[in-house]
Design a protein around this ligand. Structure first.
Ligand code: Z5A
Length: 228
């Protein structure tokens, strides 16, 4: 079968950043914007996205692997990713469906590597094993001050009538979250062809427009046939 031309092939876009920066909100809006243009899209998340990866997600986020240390957790995230890539991401891309993932390999680099102190070589080895060439075409890094992002998460808990108990990572100290933010910015700087940093401390509508501007500029085929 002939390969899809570059402009018509399905794209893989990931969203990254700290907690509460608006990844889940914006990935849904991007999905809607793409579907309005008749693009087939699957939205997924990490850790998770397949039944086996979701089982690993529950295990980690309940804190059951915390005492094993960041190296072992990096291996667990990679095991979840391997299944996610093999069962969901790669098959969809092959079938012409765009894939949007709420977090992907940069989260392992930032959380377990740059913030958790896991050796670069281990992170790189796990990455090459789990991705098997399925590197994102575009990574949107939503960036904002962790104090402000935490306020959003706290407000969400109040709105939902929940106590702000937090999962395993949300319980870390604010200084840790500041290092995490620097980690994501460093990853973006090292990968300028793939990553775009967007200021996340703006309204949901303004952020949606900023993300669409980046996506449509990166993939101009999306605007083909659109009214001027
Ligand atoms: N992790 C890891 O360590 N290593 C890895 O390899 C991977 C993950 C893949 C998964 O958590 C955890 O796993 C994560 C990293 C670690 N650490 N934590 N925690 P998760 O998936 O449960 O959580 P998250 O990814 O951090 O998502 P989140 O906390 O839900 O945040 P978000 O998706 O970025 O934000 P949101 O849900 O869209 O918005 C948060 C609230 O703000 C909500 O009430 C919104 O209505 C509100 N919001 C959103 N946008 C705005 C704007 N623009 N203005 C005002 N308010 C807004």
């Amino acid at each position: 079968m002939p390969e899809a031309s570059n402009s018509s092939r399905a794209r893989f876009i990931t969203f990254e950043g700290g907690e509460g920066v608006g990844k889940s909100t914006q990935i849904k809006r991007l999905q809607q914007n793409l579907e309005r243009r008749a693009i087939n899209v699957v939205r997924t998340r990490e850790p998770g996205g397949t039944p086996k990866a979701e089982a690993i997600r529950s295990f980690i986020l309940q804190g059951r692997s915390e005492s094993w240390g960041p190296g072992a957790e990096a291996v667990l995230f990679a095991a979840a990713r391997l299944d996610h890539v093999n069962q969901l991401i790669a098959p969809n891309l092959r079938n012409g469906t765009w894939v949007l993932s709420d977090r992907f390999h940069d989260s392992t680099r930032a959380y377990q590597g740059l913030t958790g102190g896991v050796d670069d070589k281990l992170i790189a080895g796990l990455e090459s094993l789990a991705l098997d060439g399925n590197t994102p075409d575009l990574t949107i890094v939503l960036d904002m001050d962790p104090d402000a992002a935490f306020k959003r998460v706290a407000d969400r808990a109040i709105e939902d009538g929940l106590a702000l108990t937090g999962d395993r990572f949300e319980k870390e100290e604010i200084e840790w979250h500041k290092r995490l933010r620097e980690g994501f910015l460093a990853i973006a700087k090292e990968n300028p062809d793939r990553c775009v940093v967007i200021e996340a401390a703006q309204s949901e509508n303004a952020l949606e427009a900023a993300i669409w501007a980046v996506v449509s500029q990166r993939f101009p085929e999306l605007l083909e046939g659109s009214p001027a």
